[in-house]
Design a protein around this ligand. Structure first.
Ligand code: NCD
Ligand code: ZN
Length: 453
C-alpha cells in the first residue's frame, strides 16, 4: 500500500503564498480532499490541528548520510530518523559515500541498501568526477535525482571533471533537463590560501575562513555562470556562503541565465564572530564568513537570488571533529535542526512563514522534478505534512538529536515552535518527539518533464 489514511482538522495550512484554515484528508497516502468540515469516513485517525500550522513535509535537498562506507560517522537509519523528528519527509542524499556514486552499478547497490533503512522518502544523487562523464546517461536512466560536482576539495576528496567534461555534462544536463549541484570553490585557490595561512602559523578555528576566502567561491561561480550561458545546463550552486556569489547570481538572472542557488541555515544564523564561541564545531566548507556575507545571504533569499535552503547535513565522528583546525573535519549534523531553526526565525518575524514553504519544500521539490507530488499541500499530492505548535519551544539537546555523534553548534538553543507531528504519505511518523513508525520511507524518482525553475 502506498500510505495510510488520516484527517487533519482545522489546521492553518502554510503554502508558499498564503495561510488559510482548512481540513486535509489523506486517503492511502495521497491528499484526497481539502476543505471545511470534512467527514472522517475512511480514515484511521483524526488529528486536531486547531491552533497549529500545517506545512508540506520539508524536502531537504542536501544531506550526506554517510552510508555506505562511512557508517562510523553516522548512517542512513539514524540520519533519516533525525530527518523525521525535524519535520523533513524527503531527503536528497549526496553521492560522496564509499564508493562514490559514479555509475549505475554503485547507484543500484546504494539504492537497495538504503531502501530497507529509510525512515523518510529519499532520492539519490550521482557524482560527476574527473573520469566518469560518460556515465551521465546511465545514471539518469537508473533514476538519480540530479548530480553533484565537487569543484573544491572537501570530504571524500573527489576530483572535479576537467573543463571539457564539465562543458559536455552541462550540455547533457540541458538536453535531459537534469540539475547539477555544485560545490563551488576553486580548488587551486583553496590549496594556495590554505598553505599560506598554515605558513603564517595560524591554527585558530577562524583560520579556516581565511584558508578559503570569498575569491574561491566567486571564481568558481563566475565560471559556472559562463558555462551555463553557453550550454543551457542546469547549474544549481549549493551551500552558497559568499556575498559575491549572491551578486553574480542576481546579475546572471538579469541576463536571462538560469542559474539557481541554495544556502544553508548555518550561513544565515552564524558568522565569523562565532568561531570564538563554537571553535571547530562550526568548521564547514565553504566556511562561515563575516557578517556582511551573512546579511547578503539573507537579502539573497528575500529577493529570490537564492531559491532553496538545504541543511548540508554532514556528520563526522567525535574524534574527527576534535583537535586543531587543520585536522578537524568539515561539516556537522544538521538535518534535524534544519526546519526548527528556520521556523524559529519565521516565528520571530525574520521571514514570512510562507517563505519557509517556498525555500524548504516547494522550490526544492520543483527544482528536482518531485513537485507537486512532494512540496505541496494539494489534492493528489503525497500526504506529507509537518504540523507545528507556534506556542511551544524546542530545546536542541543531545537527547533529542538522533545521530551517532550529536555535534552541532546549536546545542542548548531554545527555538520558538515545536513539531507535534510529522506525517509521511498519511502515516504519522513522529508524535511529540517520538518516532512512532520506522522504515516507512521509500525511494522517489524525479519526473523530468516537469517545469524548470
Ligand atoms: C561535506 C561532507 O562532509 O560531506 N562537508 C562540508 O563541509 N560541507 C562535503 C561538502 O558538501 O562540502
Ligand atoms: Zn560541498
Amino acid at each position: 500500500m502506498y500510505g495510510d489514511s488520516i484527517l487533519v482538522k482545522k489546521g492553518l495550512i502554510v503554502t508558499s503564498t498564503i495561510i488559510y484554515k482548512a481540513d486535509i484528508k489523506i486517503i492511502e497516502g495521497k491528499i484526497s480532499e481539502i476543505g471545511s468540515n470534512l467527514s472522517n469516513s475512511g480514515v484511521d485517525e483524526v488529528i486536531d490541528a486547531n491552533g497549529l500550522y500545517v506545512f508540506p513535509g520539508i524536502v531537504d535537498e542536501h544531506v550526506h548520510m554517510r552510508e555506505p562506507g562511512l557508517e562510523y560517522k553516522d548512517d542512513f537509519a539514524y540520519g533519516t530518523a533525525g530527518a523525521a523528528l525535524g519535520g523533513v519527509t524527503t531527503v536528497l542524499e549526496m553521492p560522496n559515500t564509499k564508493p562514490p556514486v559514479e555509475d549505475s552499478k554503485v547507484f543500484k547497490e546504494k539504492l537497495s541498501l538504503l531502501s530497507h533503512k529509510a525512515n523518510v522518502d529519499f532520492g539519490l544523487y550521482g557524482v560527476i568526477h574527473n573520469s566518469n562523464a560518460d556515465k551521465f546517461e546511465e545514471l539518469v536512466n537508473a533514476g538519480v535525482v540530479g548530480f553533484k560536482v565537487f569543484l573544491g576539495p572537501t570530504t571524500g576528496n573527489i576530483p572535479p571533471p576537467d573543463d571539457g567534461s564539465l562543458y559536455e555534462v552541462l550540455l547533457k544536463s540541458a538536453k535531459l533537463n537534469v540539475p547539477i549541484t555544485f560545490h563551488a570553490e576553486n580548488a587551486q585557490l583553496v590549496r594556495y590560501f590554505t598553505q599560506k595561512v598554515k605558513r603564517e602559523g595560524r591554527n585558530d578555528p577562524a583560520a579556516h575562513m581565511d584558508a578559503r576566502p570569498p575569491i574561491c567561491e566567486e571564481d568558481a561561480i563566475r565560471k559556472l555562470i559562463l558555462f551555463s550561458k553557453w550550454t543551457g545546463g542546469r547549474v544549481h550552486i549549493v551551500h552558497l556562503a559568499a556575498k559575491e556569489g549572491v551578486g553574480l547570481i542576481k546579475e546572471a538572472l538579469s541576463r536571462g541565465i538560469k542559474v539557481t542557488a541554495e544556502t544553508c541555515p548555518h550561513y544565515l544564523l552564524l558568522n565569523s564572530r562565532d568561531y570564538e564561541k563554537y571553535g571547530t564545531a562550526i568548521k564547514v566548507n565553504p566556511p562561515i564568513r563575516s557578517e556582511d556575507h551573512q546579511k547578503a545571504l539573507w537579502q539573497g533569499i528575500m529577493e529570490g537570488a537564492i531559491i532553496t535552503l538545504g541543511s548540508d547535513h554532514a556528520p563526522h565522528a567525535a574524534e574527527e571533529k576534535e583537535g586543531d583546525v587543520w585536522r578537524c573535519a568539515a561539516g556537522f549534523t544538521g538535518v534535524q535542526t534544519f526546519f526548527p531553526l528556520m521556523l524559529d526565525q519565521a516565528l520571530k518575524g525574520r521571514l514570512p512563514l510562507t517563505k519557509l514553504t517556498e525555500l524548504m519544500s516547494e522550490n526544492p521539490a520543483r527544482l528536482f522534478g518531485l513537485w507537486p507530488r512532494k512540496g505541496a499541500i494539494s489534492v493528489g499530492s503525497d500526504g506529507d505534512l509537518v504540523i507545528v505548535d507556534p506556542k511551544v519551544e524546542t530545546v536542541v539537546s543531545k537527547d533529542w538529536l538522533k545521530a551517532k555523534y550529536p555535534i552541532t553548534p546549536y546545542l542548548g538553543w531554545r527555538l520558538k515552535g515545536k513539531i507535534r507531528y510529522t506525517v509521511l504519505r498519511g502515516k504519522v511518523l513522529v508524535r511529540d518527539d517520538r518516532l512512532v513508525a520506522e522504515k516507512y520511507g521509500m525511494f522517489v524518482e524525479p519526473m523530468r518533464s516537469k517545469e524548470k525553475l
